[in-house]
Ligand binder design. Sequence first.
Ligand code: SF4
Length: 369
Amino acid sequence: MIPLRIKVEANADQPFVVRLRSFEVDAWEQRTERLNPFDATLERVGPEGADYVGEGGSIRILGLDPSKIDGDVLLVNPRRGTADRLIRSSSQHNTFLVTERCDQICLMCSQPPKKHHVDLFQYFETAALLAPEGATIGISGGEPTLFKDRLFGFLESVLDARPDLSFHVLTNGQHFEEADRHAMGRIDQGRVVWGIPLYSRDPGVHDEIVGKAGAHARLLGSLALMCRLGAQVELRTVLMRPNADRLPHLARFIVSTLPFIRTWAVMQMENIGFGRMNWKALFYDSSEGFDVVGRSIDLVRSRGIDALLYNFPLCTVPEPSRHLAPATISDWKRSYREECDGCSLKARCGGFFEWHPANHGYSNLGAIQ
Ligand code: SF4
């Protein structure tokens, strides 16, 4: 697995953001690109680590090849001797975890909520401004809109300063209100996609899955507001036993009531957090029962709404629908199995989450020749 938290040595008291430049400063003089005050250039590499120096001081990176971290943006915690790789310059999968608090408690949550919260928005803003040209940055939690004033201000500020950037924000859609119209209107909605989960047409089933009474009704109110604001919505439905049979019912609801959404993503479960605890009760083997999925996405697509399959190993999807299953599992947590050796689809298959169980749960799986 690609490490997102690395060991460092830095002579500082407070956390700080730095961008690593794995070229010696002389080499920079040959380049047209200018160094930023947050940049630190490579001074030397030795058995004890790679030393970088910048305007803010020096930092030693332990255990990583400098050529693999050029352009990475770190949030350094000098007291702990660690740094979080907020931006990996070579990756399309950079996400800022803005909080671990949440007001829902979903049965399959991969990142169960915690009470503790530390506001890191000032660091996220600095890091985003140092991102590579044209990057899309993910925002997730917990529930980011629990701190919506900070979130909206962050999005507005970064998008104003960097016209090339865009964001994908995961939110449970429980906290948007009419009163947010002004703040949301200041954000360039053309460069933000809001990923919002809806698990069922049936309010009781949805509320049971998210562990919150009234969540379904609140969510529909938020979606109506998002429509009025012209926001881009990616509706997300994790496929599970409690909602799989009625997926076509949800598809009909989407085309009749939510035709403004940009994408409907049907997603396979992640075996971690509550998802692992509840795996046996929830996991739906779509390699056997793909019919409900196929009928549902066909209906939505026939009405001009994009429908996609996230986190589905390609061999579990019938061939006519495979083009709808992009490799969505982030590079740092993606793995493949023995069965994948020699598979002709491997290059475009997202495989499995690193922590997916060896007895994988799919009854039909295997290399496609
Ligand atoms: S065998 Fe592995 S690589 Fe091939 S389609 Fe299945 S999961 Fe993907």
